[in-house]
Design a binder for this molecule. Structure first.
Ligand code: FAD
Length: 479
């Protein structure tokens, strides 16, 4: 990939940023810039020599206005937990870190509406909402580090999507800054507001290529009074599907999460992170595991429903073993087994991660197909886990270090396979840098053409997160 037609940052530019932000919110030391240049799983590395930390929408606006005039490329960065290389510079783009914009602005308890700056950590918002009997409609393993603006910009899915839907439904309004520094105030707080174009959707999931999100308004559901978790062991993927089918029928409106993991995925948490498997009756463990969570308002009613579901599944010989709990500590421990897989697998060495949507008929087959294709002694594990209820599987292929020939066996094969199965090459992580060249496998040419039109309209100089989502269009640098 070639560097785009952007200017290189000069001492005059640094002086401008220094006068705008002061020395504490401007980083130019190469060592300090390092963590902003590398992604969470250490798979991409940029070469930025400048990180800016605005504290207000006005500062974001002033930065973008200046960069647009000077043709300086920028990359917005929030928690830097994204898994497609979207939040890191590719060359020397200026990093705009949103971490300092972290104020909660308003909490409307009755309407269940939270308004906050884009740099709030997801877990902090969750903790804040708990104090007023509300909750965030999304939850992810990265909640302690990811920021709400990053989640909105990737339209993050996560563990509660099955129940609460995705962020296109839960974000009521946004404030965003366009490439030229103009502020778009779309901070709607109403649930219903059908007045013209729904502009907020342009910024949800566009991965920082159309504007920088500075504030968000979120519809927050009431905190459930009763949460139960069933952790199940199963012998085959066919039985996983049967259990999901039964769970939907038996648990109905209280079903809030349905996750699956194969044996090699849970092994990551148990062996690499030294966690404990609560199901011990089978000496060698189970081929598959499921987490089925219910959230409701009546402890006894929910418990009865969940117990009766598990009993039915046992009697029908669908599950081998299971445990139920409503104790917070136990729930957190069990969720930890699932949520920490991403972290634990990194201890294997290098990990190829694929976040794909597939119809249930081919959902787990992709893992088996890859195992058949890559019979290579260097491979440590090929495993699959994910948000079964959303048709979204995460496939991980881990090896001690990056090997070009292994990469070549995996890509584009896996994306072609997903495309043939009518799946999506990115279920929830986005396109970022890593998947731009495969976008056409999940979007039609007319959709891609319209995406380019929008990009040109919103960011004519292409300064916002270049090389991401869409392949760059080469334009000459105008002075
Ligand atoms: C352990 C782990 C578990 C995960 N689980 C899930 C999961 O279940 N579901 C899921 O969807 N994802 C998951 N992810 C991926 C990731 O956490 C999410 O995509 C998250 O939403 C990224 O948030 P962030 O604050 O880290 O954003 P970043 O990684 O910093 O940025 C992500 C993208 O958004 C852009 N961006 C960031 N902030 C802004 C802004 N304010 N305005 C405009 N653009 C911006 C960046 O340029 C980049 O393209 C997981 C990651 C890890 C490490």
């Amino acid at each position: 990939m070639q560097r785009g037609p952007y200017n290189t940052i000069s001492t005059t530019d640094i002086r401008f940023f220094d006068s705008l932000l002061g020395p504490n919110r401007l980083i130019t030391d190469p060592d300090e810039c390092e963590s902003y240049n590398i992604d969470f799983p250490s798979t991409v590395r940029g070469a930025s020599r400048c990180v800016l930390k605005p504290k207000s929408t006005e500062e974001v606006s002033a930065i973008l206005k200046y960069c647009n005039t000077r043709r300086l490329a920028v990359v917005p960065q929030s928690g830097n937990t994204g898994l497609v290389g979207g939040s890191n510079p590719v060359f020397d783009e200026i990093v705009i870190s949103m971490k300092s914009m972290n104020k909660i602005l308003d909490t409307n308890e009755l309407a269940g509406v939270l308004t906050c700056e884009a740099g709030c950590v997801l877990e902090n918002l969750e903790n804040h909402l708990t104090t007023v009997g509300l909750m965030m409609p999304l939850d992810l393993g990265a909640k302690g580090s990811c920021l709400i603006g990053g989640c909105v910009s990737t339209n993050a899915g996560g563990l509660r999507l099955l129940r609460y839907g995705n962020l296109h439904g839960n974000i009521l309004g946004v404030e965003a800054v366009k490439a030229n520094g103009d502020v778009v105030d779309a901070l709607n707080t109403l649930k219903k507001n059908n007045t013209g174009y729904h502009l907020k959707h342009l910024f949800i999931g566009s991965e920082g290529t159309l504007g920088i999100v500075t504030k968000v308004v979120i519809q927050c559901p009431p905190l459930p009074k009763a949460v139960h978790l069933a952790f199940l062991g199963l012998a085959s993927f066919d039985k996983v599907l049967k259990t999901y089918h039964l769970a939907k029928r038996e648990l109905g409106e209280i079903l809030s999460s349905c996750e699956m993991m194969d044996r090699l995925s849970i092994d990551v948490s148990i062996n690499n992170l030294d966690m404990k498997n609560p199901l011990t009756s089978y000496e060698n463990g189970h081929e598959f595991y499921m987490l089925i969570e219910t959230s409701g308002s009546h402890l006894a009613h929910d418990e009865e429903k969940l117990s009766s579901f598990v009993e039915k599944a046992m009697n029908n010989d669908i599950i081998e073993d299971g445990t139920l709990t409503n104790e917070t500590a136990k729930i957190n421990n069990i969720w930890g087994l699932r949520e920490r897989i991403s972290e634990g697998v990194l201890r294997d060495g290098y990990v190829f991660k694929y976040d794909i949507s597939l119809p249930f008929t081919s959902f787990y087959k992709v893992v088996e197909v890859l195992r058949d294709r890559l019979r290579d002694p260097r491979i440590i594990r090929i495993s699959g886990y994910g948000h079964l209820g959303d048709g979204n599987i995460h496939v991980q292929v881990s090896i001690p270090e990056y090997y070009v020939d292994v990469a070549a066996q995996l890509e584009p094969f896996i994306f072609e396979y997903v495309s043939q199965c009518q799946g999506s090459i990115s279920a929830e992580h986005g396109i970022g840098f890593k998947k731009t060249k495969y976008l056409h496998m999940s979007k039609t040419s007319s959709e891609i053409a319209m995406m380019y039109d929008l990009k040109k309209l919103m960011d004519p100089n292409g300064i916002l997160n270049p090389y991401k989502v869409l392949m760059p269009v080469t334009t000459e640098l105008q002075s």
